[in-house]
Design a protein around this ligand. Structure first.
Ligand SMILES: Cc1cc2nc3c(=O)[nH]c(=O)nc-3n(C[C@H](O)[C@H](O)[C@H](O)COP(=O)(O)OP(=O)(O)OC[C@H]3O[C@@H](n4cnc5c(N)ncnc54)[C@H](O)[C@@H]3O)c2cc1C
Length: 438
């Protein structure tokens, strides 16, 4: 299917750059602009940019499992994974003593993965079995058991974003990069509401950009540009880093990633002498009152809005400390040199939102990463362009379509989240300043 001449992609993260890569090769006659608010791509505050992201294929849903397997094939065998951008170090999933639910969940997940990759997965029924693997890297854990999937790895997220941008700059002649922050979407008839075409975007510097087709790949900031209440929201997740020595970097560089089913906490092998501890959780909301998009400021709504540069609350620090005591006890008392709240774009069931907007025929959404979008970087753009062309396979179309009903849910329920529900970032930070930092 032909796509329009001028296409504007807003957002230079995984969703935006992968779309630009596929669009530029499959639609060479289109003029594509990638507009990014940050002066640099990689954007250090974007969800796609970090020391590392886990790349694994063990999804219960076969459509995601197939897509992840296709992505891993590219990470392993193409230039995507070269120059240290992908390391296949394995993933050890563990559970603590005395947590029957986590032990059962681990067993079920193991059986799922074993069916998909029988030669790459081993059950680790006791602490000694886990230690047999981790002790090669000088690590002694305090867990009860788990399993290892040697088919999983991790990607250097920042380097991968830089690679995608460079690939676009070097090879794709029909792509232009621009810096600018979209304040609002412009419509053909600004007085009307409901069904209407978009004509472009208004930027914070009072300039406008027109386009025949607008693709919003704006991650956790999307709910400010389009009303996504009940369909997607920004949730803040906890990241903490420990600076380690050259000897420790060398020793831990090839250890498997270690993830606790009970707490959602994980530790990825270090990069550049930085060891990262993170949590995959329900996360923090950051409620703010903002104008309802498309109403010219006449109406307002309360949504969760990402905020950059904040430290993690004490509650999050304590969770990171507990994770270290369980999975990497030798580092449990080391100071954190840096912490960060990183923003998921969470949908009610954790499915991406890759679809035309039902009210605006030339506005397309490519977002809803829900904390698991990174691994698909090498293959996601092709699926997004399939969706733009109307040729996306039915299973993915169903998962990623505009939900007919807004869901009244407090948090994402995708079966993988831990932590407490309903945490408000500013309230937790206020409690932290009264409490003592670790
Ligand atoms: C802490 C954390 C850990 C994660 N771990 C994993 C993992 O282990 N494995 C995995 O597969 N996935 C993981 N993910 C998920 C994955 O990183 C995301 O799904 C993915 O990176 C989202 O990409 P994006 O392009 O939607 O968002 P982003 O990378 O945030 O890109 C959106 C861009 O849009 C720009 N933008 C926003 N608003 C505007 C505007 N108004 N005007 C102009 N530009 C704008 C922003 O500046 C930003 O650069 C994790 C995410 C986080 C936060």
């Amino acid at each position: 299917m032909a796509l329009p001449q001028s296409i504007l992609i807003v957002g230079g993260g995984v969703f935006g750059l992968s779309t630009a890569l596929s669009l530029s090769t499959r639609h060479p006659a289109s003029r594509i602009t990638v507009l990014e608010a940050s002066p640099t791509i990689p954007n250090p505050h974007g969800s796609s940019v970090d020391t590392s992201r886990i790349v694994r294929a063990d999804y219960a849903n076969p459509a995601y499992a197939r897509l992840a397997a296709a992505a891993i094939e590219r990470w392993r065998n193409t230039d995507w994974g070269q120059e240290g951008r992908y390391t296949q170090n394995g993933l050890v999933l563990v559970y603590p003593d005395g947590n029957g639910t986590a032990a059962n969940y681990t067993r079920k997940s193991y059986e799922n993965v074993k069916r998909a990759e029988p030669d790459k997965v081993d059950f680790l029924p006791t602490k000694a079995d886990v230690d047999r693997i981790m002790s090669k890297h000088g690590v002694k854990t305090a867990v009860a058991g788990g399993y290892v999937n040697w088919g999983s790895g991790w990607s250097d997220a920042e380097a991968s974003v830089r690679f995608a941008r460079k690939k676009l700059e070097e090879t794709e002649k029909n792509v232009t990069f621009k810096t600018g922050q979209v304040e609002r979407i412009l419509f053909a008839d600004e007085r009307k509401q409901g069904q209407r075409k978009t004509v472009g975007v208004a930027l914070a510097d009072n300039t406008t950009i027109t386009a025949d087709l607008i693709i919003l790949a704006t991650g956790a900031w999307t709910p400010k540009l389009v009303d996504l209440r009940g369909r997607a929201q920004a949730t803040g997740q906890v990241l903490a880093y420990i600076r380690i020595t050259d000897e420790e970097q060398q020793r831990l560089a090839h250890m498997p990633t270690i993830l606790s089913f009970a707490t959602g906490m994980f530790i990825i092998p270090p990069r550049n002498n930085l060891l990262k501890i993170a949590r995959h959780a329900y996360g923090y909301r950051n409620p703010q009152r903002v104008p309802v998009p498309g109403t010219d400021g006449r109406e307002t709504m309360e949504i969760s809005v990402p905020e950059n540069g904040l430290p993690i609350p004490l509650e999050g620090e304590e969770a990171c400390r507990a994770a270290l005591r369980e999975m990497l006890p030798a580092f449990a008392d080391r100071p954190f040199c840096h912490t960060r709240v990183c923003w998921y774009t969470d949908t009610p069931k954790g499915d991406f939102l890759i679809t035309y907007h039902p009210d605006h025929p030339n506005l397309f959404l490519a977002t809803g990463g829900s904390g698991h979008g990174f691994k698909f970087f090498p293959v996601l753009g092709d699926k997004i362009v399939d969706a733009l062309e109307g040729t996306l396979e039915p299973e993915l179309r169903e998962l990623w379509q505009w939900p007919a009903f807004a869901e009244d849910v407090e948090a994402t329920e995708d079966g993988s989240r831990s932590g407490l529900k309903g945490l408000i970032l500013k309230e937790e930070l206020a409690k932290s300043s009264r409490g003592s930092r670790l």
